[in-house]
Design a protein around this ligand. Sequence first.
Ligand code: NAD
Length: 363
Amino acid sequence: MTRKLNLVPFVSVEHMMKLVLAIGVERVLTDLAARIEEDFRGWSRFDKTPRLASHSVDGVIELMPTSDGRLYGFKYVNGHPKNRRDGRQTVAAFGVLADVGNGYPLLLSEMTLLTALRTAATSALAARYLARPGSRCMALVGNGAQSEFQALAFKALLGVTKLRLYDIDAAATRKCAGNLAGLGFDVACCASTGEAVDGADIVTTITADKHCATILTDAMIGPGVHLNAVGGDCPGKTELQRDILLRADIFVEFAPQTRVEGEIQQLDAAHPVVELWQVMTQQAPGRREARQITLFDSVGFAIEDFSALRYVREKLADNGLYHEIDLLADPDDPRDLLGMLRRAGTPPAAFHPLAPRFPQPSP
Ligand code: NAD
């Protein structure tokens, strides 16, 4: 033996789908919300930093790290609104959980599905503290990849069963309504944002466009509404008219990140906001009265991904839904890395030419 086989569990998309279906989507959403709440309540334990974003003309690639001192996690995620036109996801992700004690990875996982699940779980969790009790009707503006997960999370955590859907692309609304059919919703497909928002207790905006859009105007939002603004999550990418922000009480995940990326990038840096963990630990009030407009300015924070990876790792122990991959070069003698390489045998005569499907960067 020239090396130890330190195999790392890898959760593929196929395995993630099996895991989620075996547990049940709504159950996963409530479990994730519980893990996220637990970690937000332990806020001071975590290393916190705004995510590291690499912006380009068409999108952004981000790294989102955090640690609670025992485990370390990070997610790689992109945001490319124009990808949809080329048949690709707007948001795709994968992530790692590692042991802080020795730095070795404990888990590598797909996180495209997991991001949709954790984003929806976080939104519904925030709404549990911020929406009017008894809220049952939600407008869902933007009916893309994330949208149905939001609907399911709001049903599982708050009992929202009436949905009013709108998307500029009617095909997206038909897809969303079709996917939610038979799942216990009363769904109305609307012809405009104004029609969707009319009479809704909660308004979720989850559109994708790389500019400062005005999905909701001030006149659309009446007293008592809870806004769950999810799509504005990058500098220069917002969904709400600024006047709405001036009438709302604003709640965020991690203020230093949201000030740069969220709806509040439109406001003065000193504008008061409350971090969700403060509400969860009773250090700040959530909703105080029925006529108050509350806004969860969601951008997505590393601790939510950490909680989600922690949950997946816990579940894997029971069901074996993972591959083991040979990710770590770990010689028997830790200082003999080259020796391990040399003892591995003679190299192949020639390298194979690149396989035809080996991905290449866009021109
Ligand atoms: P997607 O491309 O699958 O869907 C976006 C939908 O928005 C499309 O159907 C599009 O037609 C619609 N849309 C665009 N402009 C609109 C408008 N003016 N009015 C109504 N609909 C409009 O994208 P997705 O994966 O569903 O992601 C949606 C958004 O959520 C993205 O902006 C993404 O960056 C963001 N996101 C945020 C978080 C978070 O934690 N806050 C997490 C994941 C994704």
